[in-house]
Ligand binder design. Structure first.
Ligand code: ZN
Length: 122
């Protein structure tokens, strides 16, 4: 793997939701296929949650806290990546849909303008 260092530098941004859609897709795709980076990500979460004695800070997503309670960081990483994939897919479809709708609205506007011109001059 060529850009492992780059990917591993993105873990923190990923966790905080600061990656662009394109970067998040690349990130998730890479980590799913790269054991080194996946291990690195597990270590990241072990440090983030595992070493925190007063683990009172509420974890926003309860499906993640199950993994944390069991100290299953492999499972946690897998779940996070799966969620990320689903989110990226949704965003892709949504932006595709928005683009199609935008084209449709533009086409209707042009046709309306043409129609007005035709009515006015003929
Ligand atoms: Zn890697």
């Amino acid at each position: 793997m060529d850009n492992c260092k780059e990917i591993q530098n993105m873990i923190d941004s990923f966790e905080h939701g600061n990656l662009s859609l394109k970067n998040e897709e690349a990130f998730t795709h890479h980590i799913l296929n790269c054991n080194d980076c996946r291990e690195e990500m597990e270590i990241y979460y072990i440090i983030l949650y595992g070493l925190d004695d007063d683990n009172e800070k509420s974890i926003e997503n309860s499906s993640y806290s199950e993994y944390l309670d069991a100290f299953d960081f492999t499972g946690l990483v897998e779940q996070k990546l799966k969620d990320s994939e689903a989110r990226c897919l949704f965003l892709r479809q949504w932006s595709h849909f928005t683009r199609v709708r935008y084209l449709f609205v533009t086409a209707v506007m042009i046709l309306t303008a043409l129609l007005l011109i035709i009515i006015k001059f003929f």
